[in-house]
Design a protein around this ligand. Structure first.
Ligand code: PLP
Length: 401
């Protein structure tokens, strides 16, 4: 048989899905499973989104669309950006994709030649590593442990950019930690970025509408407008609007980068489908009560999860201020055994497996995100499941000796 391309050997299925699949299998076998594993928002968009799709269906042109995205969609996205303080972009600065993941993949193709370096903080969203490996980039991981609240410091960034990576990829609010950089922290990092002109900056800020405690969302270009020439902002409908399956992602950045992404689109997807476009425009321009209400709900759920971990001795859990994740450092429990089942816990993977087997609670091991001391809880489950799920977690840790 002929060989597959070498890059396939570097491509891995997402580690997050491995846990989710096991949880699904146990559920199918009749186990009572509470899933804190996949990063899905678990709500549906407002009725106006469905109305817009029905209307578009009646008028369906059946034609190919724009490789960049329909003008009305680009305009709706620019308005959405303006509302979070990102102004001065034109259609030529924007490109769309089948979800932000697809836009990131396109950007990797567009910005990185084989052997070029991409730097990003650890913990990281798993796909950053996987995509960088597929395009055969060198990866410079910048460790941000729980002791520094999982956040990158200006000194760390300065040292990383002094090595002139081709791309620096930044994620705020963060998946998997839920941490959000304050206005001052972003301003300080922007000052550092401005000193190093040889690096493209990608800010994956798809959780920008999910920020708690009134701290707001901030971007480097707001403090250093000159960074617009090499900063690419990413956004998505998936989380904010409860539309992960609709697959709409965006980038806003220099015209040359947007044009290159559009060329990539023309060579594989051609365009975002017409019906999806109608849904996206309605979500971006219609009533914003669903995202607003969900943000409040997630903040309350965050508090509930934090209260649980605060009550478990030995767990260190920096307080997230956005997205819908909590990322506790559970390493104090490595080397222990789960009393009732006799399962030994050597590391994060053992711990997540034992928690799933013993209590039917699915979380993702931190090693999937480059931080093996932690585990990720995604707390968007139906509200009635949250308290029992957390009680089971508390019970589980009390049974480790
Ligand atoms: C940080 C981050 N970036 C990008 C994505 C991809 O989002 P999309 O559904 O738009 O592809 C995710 C999804 O989990 C994410 O957490």
């Amino acid at each position: 048989m002929p060989q597959l391309a070498r890059r396939v050997g570097r491509a891995k299925p997402s580690a997050i899905m491995v846990v989710a699949e096991k949880a699904k299998r146990l559920k199918a076998e009749g186990r009572d499973i509470i899933s804190f594993s996949i990063g899905v928002p678990n709500f549906l968009p407002g009725p106006h989104v469905y109305d817009a799709v029905r209307e578009a269906l009646n008028k369906d042109s059946g034609q190919y669309g724009s490789n960049r995205g329909a003008d009305a969609l680009l305009d709706a996205f620019m308005k959405h950006m303006e509302a979070i303080g990102l102004t001065g972009y034109t259609r030529a600065n924007i490109a769309t994709g089948i979800g932000a993941k697809h836009v990131i993949y396109n950007l990797a193709e567009v910005l990185l030649d084989e052997g070029d370096t991409i730097a990003f903080p650890t913990p990281y969203w798993t796909s950053y590593l996987d995509i960088a490996e597929i395009v055969d980039a060198k990866i410079d991981l910048l460790p941000c442990p729980p002791e520094q609240d999982y956040k990158l410091t200006p000194a760390q960034l300065d040292a990383a950019l002094a090595k002139k990576p081709k791309v620096f990829l930044f994620n705020n609010p963060s998946n998997p930690t839920g941490m959000v950089y304050t206005k001052d922290e972003i301003a300080a990092l922007a000052d550092v970025v401005a000193k190093h002109p040889d690096t493209w900056i990608i800010t994956d800020d798809i959780y920008n509408r999910m920020v708690f405690d009134g701290i707001g969302y901030h971007n480097f270009v707001q403090f250093r407008p000159e960074l617009r020439d090499r900063t690419i902002f990413l956004d998505s409908l998936s989380k904010t609007y409860g539309m992960p399956g609709w697959r709409v992602g965006f980038m806003a950045g220099p015209e040359a980068v947007a044009a290159a992404v559009v060329t990539m689109n023309s060579n594989h997807i051609t365009n975002i489908p017409e019906l999806t476009t109608a849904a996206a425009i309605a979500a971006l321009t219609g009533p914003q009560d669903v995202p607003t209400q969900k943000n409040a709900e997630f903040q309350a759920k965050r508090d509930q999860v934090m209260a649980t971990f605060a009550a478990i001795p030995g767990i260190v859990c920096p307080k997230p201020q956005g997205a819908f994740y909590v990322f506790p450092d559970v390493s104090a429990y490595f080397g222990k055994t789960h009393g009732p089942t006799g399962l030994a816990i050597a590391n994060d993977v053992d711990l997540c497996n034992a928690l799933l087997d013993a209590k039917g609670v699915a979380c993702v091991p931190g090693s999937a995100f480059g931080e093996p001391r932690a585990l990720r809880i995604s707390y968007t489950c139906p509200t009635p499941q949250l308290a029992p799920g957390l009680a089971r977690i508390q019970e589980f840790f009390a049974e480790l000796h």
